[in-house]
Design a protein around this ligand. Structure first.
Ligand SMILES: Cc1cc2nc3c(=O)[nH]c(=O)nc-3n(C[C@H](O)[C@H](O)[C@H](O)COP(=O)(O)OP(=O)(O)OC[C@H]3O[C@@H](n4cnc5c(N)ncnc54)[C@H](O)[C@@H]3O)c2cc1C
Length: 341
């Protein structure tokens, strides 16, 4: 068992896609289960709070991180040798880059993850907010999640049902800070019908005369659509969608639609509907706004950006202005999607 290297006053600038320059009081990389246990014991014996940081694509750092920031280093991908093209279990270390996993599984002839192409972040973080895009959520593919419970210092193997997954939510998010996910097992293969009914994806594939598409064509289409809409975090700091699309009652959505006929409304069930946060923010004139080194992305009002020399507090100030204006104009409460630290 290799000893952990503990870095002190470690800059997290390269560990958050918004690019805020905050420090971790202590920072370690744990590459296997024993090192995870060691890191927890280290934090415990020093009474340090412990926080897991993946690629930092879903966090907003507004301050330095006290105690211990733990990054997971296991990026191995294991394909169950008894699997078939129809169904194969794929176990991935929490430190693997998510999009590399999507690419690798398609190379192995296994479909399922293609719609989730180019989502930044690590495999270990994917179950936390049940990542989703273009009509697919990762919960549909999760077989199990291996995680260490910090309080009891016990390992658990959580089945799909234990994860209690819903829209951008899970048992792990509900209990933020209590579990360290070390491995995720996915069930992939041809038992998953390809999904391309999502409007933008469908139109793109039709225009490219790729009907019915292959899994790789779906991946290429998703990458192309995402690149045209979302800023690349390597070029401009961002955390993807900054607000959840609010879910309101069907009565509320009908009243809003009557007052604002162009507001996109997506039925969720008979009781509720999802409304477009981006449309509301755009209609208030925020798209392209810049202030104090942060702003609203010029092509997509749902994405807040950092131009390189501001602090996380500035982006939260801007987010609060947007939240207040949306509340005033539409009577709808917006919620920030990334975790504010
Ligand atoms: C440009 C852009 C586009 C995006 N598009 C999408 C999208 O389409 N759909 C979508 O769902 N999300 C999207 N996101 C959000 C983000 O990519 C995902 O939430 C991703 O899963 C976060 O991974 P991460 O490794 O960066 O996690 P971090 O941001 O480092 O961490 C997020 C949370 O997960 C916890 N965590 C991380 N790893 C572990 C672990 N191993 N064990 C326990 N807890 C852990 C952290 O403590 C933190 O609470 C986007 C982000 C960006 C920047």
């Amino acid at each position: 068992m290799n000893a952990l290297s503990v870095h002190k006053q470690y800059s997290l600038r390269q560990h958050n896609t918004l690019g805020f320059d905050q420090l971790a009081e202590h920072f370690v990389v744990a590459s296997n289960d024993q090192q995870i246990e060691q890191a927890v014991a280290l934090a415990h014996s020093n009474k340090w709070p412990l926080r897991v940081i993946g690629e930092g694509s879903n966090i907003v750092l507004t301050q330095d991180i006290p105690g211990l920031a733990l990054h997971l280093g296991d990026d191995t991908i294991h394909y169950d040798a008894t699997g078939t093209a129809h169904q194969t279990l794929v176990s991935v270390g929490a430190g693997a880059n998510w999009d590399h996993l999507v690419h690798d599984t398609l190379l192995h002839g296994l479909n399922g993850l293609e719609n989730l192409s180019l989502i930044p972040g690590t495999a270990g973080a994917a179950p936390v907010q049940n990542i989703g895009a273009y009509g697919v959520e990762v919960k549909e593919l999760i077989e199990s999640v291996r995680a260490f419970h910090i309080g009891s210092q016990q390992w658990h193997e959580f089945s799909k049902d234990d994860g209690d997954y819903s829209y951008r939510h899970s048992m792990f998010k509900k209990n933020t800070g209590q579990y360290i996910i070390s491995k995720v097992t996915l069930s992939l293969g041809q038992q998953h019908a390809l999904k391309y009914a999502y409007k933008d994806l469908h139109s793109y594939l039709e225009e490219c005369h790729q009907m019915p598409p292959t899994p790789q064509q779906i991946r290429d289409a998703v990458i192309s659509i995402r690149q045209s809409k979302l800023p690349d975090p390597d070029l401009i700091g961002n955390a993807g969608s900054f607000f959840h699309n609010p879910i309101v009652s069907t009565q509320k959505s009908a009243a809003l639609k009557q007052a604002h006929p162009k507001l996109p409304v997506y039925p969720v069930d008979t009781q509720s509907a999802k409304i477009s946060a981006g449309w509301m923010i755009d209609s208030l004139g925020f798209k392209g706004v810049k202030q104090h080194g942060v702003g609203v992305y010029e092509k997509q009002a749902l994405v807040l950006v950092h131009f390189g020399d501001a602090s996380g507090e500035r982006i939260i100030e801007l987010a609060n202005q947007i939240i207040d204006r949306v509340q005033e104009r539409f009577g709808v409460q917006l919620h920030i999607e990334p975790l504010v630290i």
